[in-house]
Design a protein around this ligand. Structure first.
Ligand SMILES: [Ca+2]
Ligand SMILES: [Ca+2]
Length: 88
């Protein structure tokens, strides 16, 4: 799975950054539930410069670092996402 593809999947409005709403939307689409607080923590895990959005570079850094995070929720969602992608 290419990082760029995953990023594009998150970036629903294609403005080259992922905001909190987009993050939540994808996780909900994957069939998980996420609270505002969890979404916020996920953002903090990835948004290293704390400007409220995830840039491609931030996303790539987080991805290559092994997708660390407080909640692990996105990592779980992405595993589902990979599995779904392999089915097609
Ligand atoms: Ca976006
Ligand atoms: Ca950022």
């Amino acid at each position: 799975m290419e990082i760029q593809k995953v990023f594009e999947e998150f970036d629903k409005d294609h403005n080259c950054e992922i905001d909190e709403d987009e993050l939540k939307m994808l996780i909900i689409e994957m069939g998980f539930e996420i609270s505002d607080e969890e979404a916020n923590q996920c953002m903090q895990d990835i948004d290293k410069n704390n400007n409220g959005t995830i840039s491609p570079a931030e996303f790539q850094h987080w991805w290559l670092a092994g997708r660390p995070g407080k909640t692990g929720l996105i990592a779980r969602s992405l595993r589902m996402f990979n599995t779904a992608a392999e089915m097609f």
